[in-house]
Design a protein around this ligand. Structure first.
Ligand code: NAD
Length: 309
């Protein structure tokens, strides 16, 4: 299939790109390189440096590449930035997504995979959280992702575009940026490499559902094949279904690196979720997907990568 992959120069997108290429897809990456890196782009993929807010430029790319499916990962991903400037977040994450959906309708592209997030649940009322759990996003980032899911429903019923929205839990792994406030595993590995302390907000017992990027990439390629074969789309949690504390991550990093991980404690941030882990049964039943990388294996891979970069 011919896939337009937005955000393919970023962390998760670069893993998806390789997975799609291995499965015989022709891939064109659209990325403005605002946080993505040119070195992340697989040489076998085509690349257009383009902002998803630029509908005219996107239209030209759709016309010449003639995609069968869109895999949309480009986004403003920083929750704090979304809180400081919700309009900026909405401009990229809502209006940019709408540009892609409008062009799908104009160019007859009938399949769309979207990178959503567990942030749509907010303080989830049910653990493990399944897709039916009420969504109460607390950040503009989560609000925008949920809003796009609603547009996807509209474009499916009004324009016949089938979609899969993949609600990721906390994704970690190789190529996640270590220089900025991104995922905690990347931050820990980056500081550990320099021998610097990582600030832990609260007692470290807060839990998350950490899923390795290679499992997420596989979920995307399975999902593309599934939609391509006429399978029904929908909304799927992509996660491990297991909760692990930050202290457990720190212990595992110490174990795989063979040295103590330096940390310092700070007051818990108000509004931080204590516990979240998601139910992945629906992705298992519908897509026949399950995560394969254990937390220890994933942290070992991430540490090896961080050490060499
Ligand atoms: N990392 C996680 O734990 C996680 C969890 C849930 C959902 N997601 C979603 O997965 C996707 C990928 O996230 P990531 O962690 O790989 O982040 P990332 O920052 O590494 O990737 C995002 C990519 O989008 C590009 N981009 C940003 N704004 C753009 C624009 N206006 N036009 C074109 N390209 C633009 C960036 O240059 C970057 O390459 C995002 O949609 C994010 O919301 C990530």
């Amino acid at each position: 299939m011919k896939t337009i992959l937005t955000g393919g120069a970023g962390f998760i997108g670069s893993h998806i790109c390789r997975e799609l290429l291995e499965n015989g897809h022709k891939v064109l990456i659209i990325d403005d390189l605002s946080t993505g890196k040119e070195e992340n782009i697989a040489p076998e993929a085509e690349f257009e440096k383009c902002d998803i807010r630029d509908a005219g430029a996107l239209n030209k790319i759709f016309s010449s590449f003639k995609p069968d499916i869109i895999n949309h990962h480009a986004a403003q991903i920083d929750v704090r930035v979304s809180a400081e400037d919700p309009a900026h977040d909405a401009d990229i994450n809502i209006a940019g997504s709408l540009n892609l959906l409008n062009l799908c309708a104009e160019h007859g592209v009938k399949k769309f995979v979207f990178a959503s997030t567990c942030a749509v649940y907010g303080h989830a009322s049910k653990l493990p959280t399944d897709e039916q759990t009420p969504q109460n996003p607390e950040s503009p980032y989560g609000i925008a992702k949920l809003c796009v899911e609603n547009y996807l429903r509209f474009f499916k019923s009004a324009r016949g575009i089938d979609f899969a929205s993949l609600r990721y839990s906390n994704v970690y792994g190789e190529r996640q940026r270590i220089e900025k406030m991104t995922g905690i595993v990347a931050i820990l590995c980056g500081n550990h490499k320099k021998g610097a302390k990582t600030t832990i907000f609260g007692d470290g017992e807060q839990t998350r559902d950490y899923v390795h990027c290679s499992d997420v990439a596989k979920a995307n390629s399975i999902c593309s094949e599934h939609l391509g074969a006429g399978g029904a789309g929908g909304i799927f949690n992509i996660c491990t279904g297991k909760e692990n504390s930050l202290n457990r991550i720190i212990d595992l990093l110490a174990e795989v690196s063979g040295k103590e991980v330096k940390t310092e404690k700070a007051a818990r941030k108000s509004g931080d979720v204590d516990r979240i882990f998601l139910d992945n049964s629906l992705a298992g039943e519908t897509l026949d997907w399950k995560p394969l990388i254990s937390l220890k294996e994933g942290i070992e891979k991430t540490w090896k990568w961080a050490r060499g970069n």
